[in-house]
Design a protein around this ligand. Structure first.
Ligand code: ME8
Length: 593
């Protein structure tokens, strides 16, 4: 009924009608509410970040990966009825030549370096509100058990053999490289040295007898897996790249190193002269966390979503699924890939001295502010450039002015003296658009706002499913702007509570704006948990009313009772988000040409 009347009201062209119908999806109007709490979310979900090398302190790129995983996991918890159904792991990757060499350079025992840097990652993630359920270190005893068991399974299935490996090895990237991926780089004194074409890191020639994994056998099974699961790797361009890699020859892979060369790692079971390749060691962390080799791991595998940077795609999308298939297990359900943060257009690196310290940023911009910035500006498909002015501008405009200003406008004592959620008047804002009458005050734009906010939770959920959290935040931000426009249009500060003509409409304007804010607060929880808590507490929304399943937007508009109507607002706790001072000395300034 409403769908036809909306069309009648707007009397638009065919094209506009179509998009309007899409906006007003039938599911929404059949129930009057849009709920994105769904049954599929009863199923278990296991999110992981990469485990990070401990050769250097964490930077904003590491934090970004953890935030993406955190937001995905928090969103899933909001959706599903049970928080027990999610698991979220992160951790540190502590073995291998890279760490062995970094410890030697620092004059530390490898365990000392690992303890120090792993602690820095744990502290950072705690400060940043990363809600992980597990933090794994590959030097833990439980991990050695899992890796050696996994090795034994591959061995028993005939997938490991001894052979001579001869070729280039890059210790920084911990990977083997074919001749075509190596180039000569001129050194400072005119000589040249070999480096990886992809990373620019130095490589060295190795010739050793190692254990080799029959990777070449898995080319077709991997192609079948990817072709049958077009969403396995998201965003799509990365899925495509992996299929292209698989068009080429897939050579067998050396999965151990001589212990005399690499002692800092897990020994090959039954052959102490060899140490297990650090990538095989590291990838198995995803199983260790869920209890492998005990049968309990089966309740979490393969309901797994790996969040990774594009630099480690090959390891996660080719080696790891091949190892898993070899061990008789399924590949992970989803691999979400993101691009990199650069700083003023340059790759972040210790040698360039442009590494951005995430803890300084969290202090400077607040935890919620910096979380919002990274997730709002980070676009998985492309590299994103960091500079401080960008953070200040975004946070001031979207969190301090738009969202904070909106909350202030609807809750300030001078406009809302009773400090309550006012009543919604169905005569002023009938659910049937286009009605005319002396008390009807709502205009076409107001119906457009209701439609936009009503469909927002579903839109946001779709963006999360597509790993486009930045788009989810863009959609919320656009609705915040629309709501500010609504308040501006009806200027409640010009209406009078004492007037029997104004009062019902004044209450309705505030009621609608508060309902919009309740939706925004609920949807922002995965990204800015404390700010969302502050907002929802100010609106008087209790902890049990904050899940997506409970999010019934503007129920009075659809003829249902509203539990918030007449409820006292929560206590005033100051500005939602304080404006940042532009005159501060910034960490990193944009290059101006
Ligand atoms: O590769 N921008 O560890 P790692 C965004 N231990 N994200 C970035 C980034 C940047 N500039 N730099 C790094 C390893 N990252 C292995 C992983 S997993 C079984 C083993 C993030 O310390 C991104 O997620 O080099 C990238 O994939 C990861 O850190 C690499 O971290």
């Amino acid at each position: 009924m409403l769908r036809t009347s909306v069309l009648r009201l707007l009397g638009r062209t065919g094209a506009s009608r179509l998009s309007l119908l899409e906006d007003f999806g039938p599911r929404y109007y059949s129930s009057g509410f849009l709920s994105v709490g769904d049954d599929a979310c009863d199923a278990r979900a296991y999110f992981t970040t990469p485990i990070f090398y401990v050769n250097a302190a964490p930077h904003i790129g590491h934090l970004y990966s953890a935030l993406l995983a955190d937001a995905l996991c928090r969103h899933r918890r909001l959706r599903g009825p049970s928080t027990a159904a999610t698991r979220f792991s992160t951790g540190t990757d502590e073995h291998g030549l890279k760490i062995q060499q970094a410890a030697a350079t620092a004059g530390l025992a490898p365990t000392e370096l690992c303890d120090q840097v792993s602690e820095q990652f744990q502290q950072l993630f705690q400060e940043a509100g990363i809600s992980c359920t597990d933090f794994i270190r590959t030097t833990e005893a439980r991990h050695r058990v899992a890796v050696q068991h996994f090795w034994g399974v591959l061995k028993s299935r005939g997938l490991l053999y001894k052979g001579v490996y001869e070729g280039w090895y890059c210790a920084s990237d911990e990977c083997f490289l074919p001749e075509a991926k190596v180039t000569q780089q001129p050194g400072p004194s005119g000589d040249s040295f070999p480096v990886s074409l992809e990373s620019g890191h130095p490589v060295s020639w190795t010739k050793e007898e190692n254990y080799i994994f029959r990777l070449s056998q898995f080319r077709e099974p991997l192609q079948r897996w990817l072709r049958g699961n077009p969403q396995a790797i998201t965003p799509e361009p990365f899925h495509h790249v992996v299929l292209q890699w698989l068009d080429e020859e897939l050579p067998d892979l050396s999965v151990s190193r001589r212990s005399s060369h690499l002692h800092w790692g897990i020994p090959v079971p039954g052959d102490d002269s060899q140490t297990i390749y650090v990538w095989l060691d590291a990838l198995v962390n995803y199983l260790t966390v869920i209890g492998y080799p005990n049968a309990e791991f089966k309740s979490w595998w393969p309901a797994t979503s790996h969040i990774i940077g594009k630099d480690i795609l090959k390891f996660h999308a080719i080696y790891w699924p091949a190892f898993l298939l070899g061990a008789g297990m399924s590949p992970p359900q989803r691999i979400y890939v993101h691009s990199h943060w650069t700083v003023c257009g340059q790759k972040m690196s210790k040698s360039l001295g442009n590494v951005v310290d995430p803890r300084t940023c969290l202090n400077r911009y607040t935890v919620d502010g910096f979380r919002y910035f990274l997730l709002r500006q980070g676009v998985p498909n492309w590299d994103c450039d960091y500079y401080d002015e960008k953070v200040v501008k975004l946070l001031n405009s979207e969190l301090a002015d738009a969202l904070g200003g909106l909350l202030n406008r609807c809750t300030a004592k001078r406009i809302n003296p009773s400090e309550t959620y006012p009543a919604f008047c169905t005569t002023c804002f009938p659910s049937e658009p286009g009605l005319v009458g002396p008390s009807v005050r709502a205009q076409a734009e107001d119906y457009a706002l209701v439609s936009a906010v009503a469909t927002l939770p579903k839109q946001v959920a779709d963006h999360y499913d597509n790993f486009q959290i930045y788009k989810a935040l863009e959609a919320v931000s656009s609705c915040v702007r629309q709501t500010n426009g609504f308040v501006q249009r009806h200027a409640p500060w010009k209406l009078n509570w004492e007037s029997p003509v104004d009062a019902p409409w004044l209450g309705t304007v505030l009621h609608v704006a508060l309902e919009c804010l309740r939706v925004f607060g609920t949807l922002l929880q995965p990204v800015t948990p404390s700010l969302a808590d502050k907002l929802l507490s100010r609106l008087g929304v209790s902890a049990s009313e904050r899940s997506l399943g409970e999010l019934y937007f503007l129920p009075r508009f659809y003829g249902h009772p509203c539990p918030f109507e007449g409820r006292r607002l929560g206590p005033e706790t100051g500005l939602l988000f304080p404006r940042l001072d532009r005159s501060r000395t910034w960490l990193v300034k944009a290059h101006r040409t």
